[in-house]
Design a protein around this ligand. Structure first.
Ligand SMILES: Nc1ncnc2c1ncn2[C@@H]1O[C@H](COP(=O)(O)OP(=O)(O)OP(=O)(O)O)[C@@H](O)[C@H]1O
Length: 692
């Protein structure tokens, strides 16, 4: 007994210490919740499709922005040391940049004075050459110091950026994988793409109207795009972009100071362009924000589209649709490029405008400055310094506006990251309070009482209607019913993938509610072998031990033997270390089903559900099912299991202790094979005659 309790105890202990997911979210999550509350953030804000009044929407948008900023700053605070060093180094390099024009001007003046004095005699030349040397020394210090500061700035800020992006990615991936329920993944995250909402109702089946490809927030492509690009952009906005704003602002301040001290009236002329450039930047910023959001959405759709086609490459090739799919992808890409072109054009117009305005200001400065030099009010070195400072002021000003634009884009990305992450947290919090572990060995049976269920995406259709049944260790139940009668849905509800709206699933003898258990206990109690089992591109051994990482080699081998896998594994060069390929494509359908059975057996569940177990099994392979039945009844040196077989095969029905017939989600009949087959008017006989 103690031998079998160990895994579940280990799981319980792990839970107490906190999983990686808990560790990822625990400290920050508490703080971020406060930030959310402070910002008056409403949970519904992250849900697309809600349409509050325009005024309310505007205020929500403002509070959402505040919330996203607070969350991002919170995230950046973890890397405060690198950020502080990087920002200081950036300021130092900006200072050295500012010192350069003045020192260069001084060098120029000193050199020209020295040359003028060449004719004045040896003594004078010697006295000036000393000053010339001081400007050169100061320049050398500034250049070397500036170089080191640039090195430090780049290293530290990029390090912080990578760290923040990596943390965002990890948290997001963890939030999505751990907290989102099956419904979200299957139903598409509840988010609809533009194409889906289009008035004319076009969809991807109409090749001529592409791009209207429908994607969802939960599609792998969409999540992948947010993980890869948005996390990067968001972290960039609180690291390099933020530091760039500081640098550009300090550049502007220093350049202004130097210009005023060199020639105040000339300064007035050169800054006359700032309000014009500023106004242009405000307009541009708004436009870029909207266009960027659309561009990101489009990129997401294209990524999802490509991902889905590659995943279902066999279907694409069998239907000979490669060219059409490429054509659709090209159209999606063209749409993305078109949207990107809008953003780039806006940026280009702004940069061109800034360049022309700066050039015009420089022209005016040199015109007026030339007159000042000619009348002796300024030296030529001072004019050169002034011109360089005005150039730096222009650069600084456009740098501020450019960085503000990037900051806006970063916030759009951060919003996307946190919307997905928060949705996951909300899903988790809604299920909080129903978490308790259980010693799975102590459970003798699982009882369903009047369980009713419908999918949220089609809540009007009742898929399971008051289903009651008892799954007991050592007992075999066969579940039969027409296509769509609810068999797989029932298996998913029993496995805890979906929560029933009505009724109860309780554990005996404790009477504990199954849906109040931690997920770890649920999976230890129930294992399902689905109709089409999925595999990771890894070895047979790691795929089989996936359901129980604590399984010993002996336990794995035993499960493989019960599932009749040894014959085909022995023929493979690498044996247990054979890589099964993407989704197990290097194995046959029957081999995959047998491996899936072994994977389920490895975790020694209380109840094992086999969904159409013999659909891909040959006669020999089918004995795997009978062996599983044997293992379930006798326990095979360990505790026996309950077995729920979803099947229509008469041979399998005959070995079941009880047959349950499901019709439109309702249990319409139950009894042994002998009882039901004798009654020619029974639902089972009716079903079997329809199937034969
Ligand atoms: N994820 C889902 N979202 C919404 N409806 C679903 C979902 N999965 C199944 N359904 C619907 O639930 C009903 C029962 O489906 P289910 O797959 O449970 O039937 P089944 O008896 O297992 O069918 P089959 O024998 O063909 O496998 C069907 O009407 C189906 O359209």
């Amino acid at each position: 007994m103690s031998e079998h309790i160990q895994p579940s105890q280990a799981k319980i202990t792990r839970r107490k210490n906190g999983s990686i997911v808990d560790r990822l979210f625990r400290p920050k999550h508490k703080r971020s919740r406060t930030a959310r509350e402070e910002a008056g953030f409403d949970r519904n804000m992250s849900t697309k499709g809600d349409a509050p009044s325009a005024k309310k929407a505007k205020s929500l948008e403002a509070s959402r922005k505040k919330y996203v900023k607070a969350r991002l700053n919170d995230e950046a605070s973890t890397d405060i040391r690198s950020l502080a060093v990087g920002t200081l180094a950036m300021m130092a390099s900006a200072l050295s940049n500012q010192a350069l024009p003045k020192l260069l001007g001084r060098l120029l003046d000193e050199k020209s004075t020295s040359l003028k004095n060449m004719s004045c005699g040896v003594d004078e030349i010697c006295s000036h050459s000393g000053k010339s040397g001081s400007a050169s020394k100061a320049l050398a210090i500034v250049v070397i110091g500036g170089g080191f500061a640039s090195f430090l700035r780049t290293t530290m800020l990029n390090r912080a950026q990578d760290n923040i992006a990596q943390r965002l990615r990890t948290k997001l991936f963890s939030a999505v994988l751990t907290n989102r329920d099956m419904e979200w993944f299957v139903a598409g995250g509840g988010a609809k793409s533009e194409g889906e909402n289009s008035k004319d109702g076009n969809n991807q089946s109409d090749a001529a109207t592409v791009p209207t490809y429908q994607t969802s927030a939960s599609s792998p492509g969409a999540i992948g795009s947010i993980l890869a690009e948005d996390c990067n952009k968001a972290s960039e906005s609180v690291t390099t972009v933020f530091a760039n704003i500081l640098r550009s602002c300090s550049s502007c301040a220093f350049a202004t100071y130097h210009m005023i001290s060199l020639n105040p009236s000339l300064f007035g002329i050169s800054v006359s362009i700032v309000p014009v450039v500023g106004a242009a930047a405000v307009v541009l910023n708004k436009f870029v924000k909207k266009a960027t959001a659309k561009q990101r959405e489009c990129a997401e759709q294209a990524a999802s589209f490509a991902e889905e086609r590659i995943t279902h490459i066999m279907t694409v090739k069998l239907a000979n649709r490669e060219e059409e799919e490429v054509e659709k992808y090209v159209q999606l890409q063209e749409e993305c490029v078109r949207l990107g072109r809008k953003v780039n054009s806006a940026k280009g117009v702004f940069m061109g405008f800034t360049f022309a305005a700066t050039g015009g200001a420089l022209y005016t400065v040199f015109n007026a400055g030339g007159a000042a030099v000619a009348t002796g009010r300024m030296t030529s070195g001072e004019l050169t310094s002034f011109a360089t400072y005005s150039f730096l002021l222009g650069l600084g000003t456009s740098g501020v506006f450019k960085a503000l634009g990037e900051l806006t884009q970063g916030l759009v990305s951060a919003d996307r990251v946190y919307s997905l992450m928060d949705g996951s947290l909300d899903a988790k919090s809604s299920s909080e309070g129903k978490k308790q572990p259980i010693d799975t060995e102590s459970v003798e049976s699982i009882i369903l009482q009047n369980v009713s269920f419908s999918y949220k995406s089609s809540s009007k259709t009742t898929v399971l209607d008051s289903v009651s049944l008892r799954l007991e260790r050592g007992k075999v139940i066969a579940l039969v019913g027409k296509n769509g009668s609810g068999k797989t849905s029932l298996a998913s509800v029993i496995a805890g993938l979906y929560t029933p709206q009505d009724g109860k699933i309780t554990l005996q003898p404790s009477g504990v509610d199954f849906n109040e258990l931690v997920r770890e206990s649920q999976t230890s109690l129930i294992q399902v072998v689905p109709q089409h089992p999925a595999f990771f591109d890894a070895t047979i051994k790691s795929n089989v031990s996936y359901s129980n990482l604590n399984a010993s080699d002996e336990e794995i081998k035993k499960a493989l033997t019960i599932a009749n896998c040894n014959d085909f594994i022995d023929k493979l060069d690498d044996g247990l270390n054979f890589r099964v390929g993407r989704n197990g494509m290097r194995l046959s359908g029957g081999q995959r089903q047998r491996l899936a059975l072994a994977r389920a057996l490895v975790s020694k569940p209380c109840v094992l559900i086999l969904d159409e177990p013999s659909s891909a099994l040959d006669a020999e392979g089918e004995s795997a099912v009978t062996d599983a039945v044997h293992a379930c009844r006798n326990g095979d040196n360990c505790k026996s299991m309950g077995l729920l077989l979803i099947t229509h095969r008469a041979s399998t029905l005959q070995i079941a202790d009880l047959i349950i017939v499901l019709k439109d989600g309702k249990v319409v009949e139950e009894g042994t094979y002998d009882e039901l087959s004798e009654d020619k008017g029974s639902a089972l006989c009716e079903l079997m005659s329809e199937l034969s």
